[in-house]
Design a protein around this ligand. Structure first.
Ligand SMILES: [Fe+2]
Ligand SMILES: [Fe+2]
Length: 265
């Protein structure tokens, strides 16, 4: 990491507008793996993450419905949207480091591990889009994940919201999307999404580990705290929950029953 502290280097990743450079900077930090816990606190976090000037970044509610996955354009739109989710997923664990200084090294190592995998996911999808003749940034994107994360400035809440609600929903939808892609003849995209799915189980599991640990430190009941935060999140459309994947990611049976009930309403 040269003369920079890890805090400075991570803020640079957030600010960087060029996507390939952003991914490279993030990768270098993860690869070096060498940091001092007391150097986590960096310069101020930018209000929004850097994106290329010519990208259309819209409020979440202004994005248009995607065409069906039976159409090639619908499949490209889906991959574009997932690629941007993965790019945002590089930035969320960076926030989870910068906003919560003073923890043990193991916490930061786990976040760096997630960042390294999210960099890979973003690259796989950008490459796949290019194979399908589309450039990243050719469609509108939104900063919903970043904004939601920032709305929960408390570590315990953040660990419930980002890995255990948002990323866990990604597990739920993955099966159906992969089935539809295979049905439409795009096995390669489905294969990439399956590899991503397997990594995401690990991310949710790490979120579960830290969520429970922070709850314990504060004398909170992990289950009641998780349920109280989950009540604020209503799925936009009903989707079958991925019991097996969520179990592997550490969800308890009581949590699964609660999430299932919410997804059916
Ligand atoms: Fe990912
Ligand atoms: Fe992830």
């Amino acid at each position: 990491m040269m003369e920079e502290t890890i805090g400075e280097a991570l803020v640079e990743v957030l600010v960087e507008p060029d996507i390939h450079r952003k991914l490279k900077l993030a990768e270098e930090i993860c690869r070096s793996g060498n940091f001092r816990v007391k150097e986590i606190q960096g310069p101020p976090i930018p209000p929004q993450p850097g994106r290329p000037k010519d990208w259309r970044v819209l409020p979440t509610e202004e994005l248009q419905e995607r065409p069906s996955l039976t159409q090639a354009d619908g499949r490209r739109a889906l991959l574009h949207s997932v690629a941007h989710i993965e790019l945002s997923a590089v930035e969320l664990p960076i926030l989870a480091i910068l906003e919560f200084p003073g923890r043990e090294a193991e916490y930061y190592r786990d976040m760096l591990y997630i960042i390294a995998e999210e960099v890979r996911h973003t690259r796989w999808l950008i490459r796949r889009l290019e194979e399908l003749g589309e450039e990243m940034g050719s469609r509108s994107v939104h900063l919903g994940l970043w904004n939601t994360a920032r709305a929960y400035p408390d570590l315990c809440d953040r660990l419930a919201v980002v890995p255990r609600i948002l990323e866990a929903r990604g597990l739920d939808v993955s099966h159906k999307i992969r089935r539809q892609l295979v049905g439409a003849g795009d096995r390669e995209s489905a294969r990439i999404l399956e590899e991503i799915y397997l990594d995401e189980i690990k991310h949710v599991a790490l979120g579960t580990k830290w969520f429970r640990r922070v709850c314990r430190e504060r004398g909170l009941s992990p289950i009641s705290h998780f349920l109280s935060i989950s009540r604020k999140f209503q799925p936009s459309r009903p989707v079958a929950i991925d019991r097996e994947g969520r179990r592997r990611a550490g969800f308890s049976e009581a949590e699964l029953e609660f999430v299932k009930g919410k997804h059916q309403t």
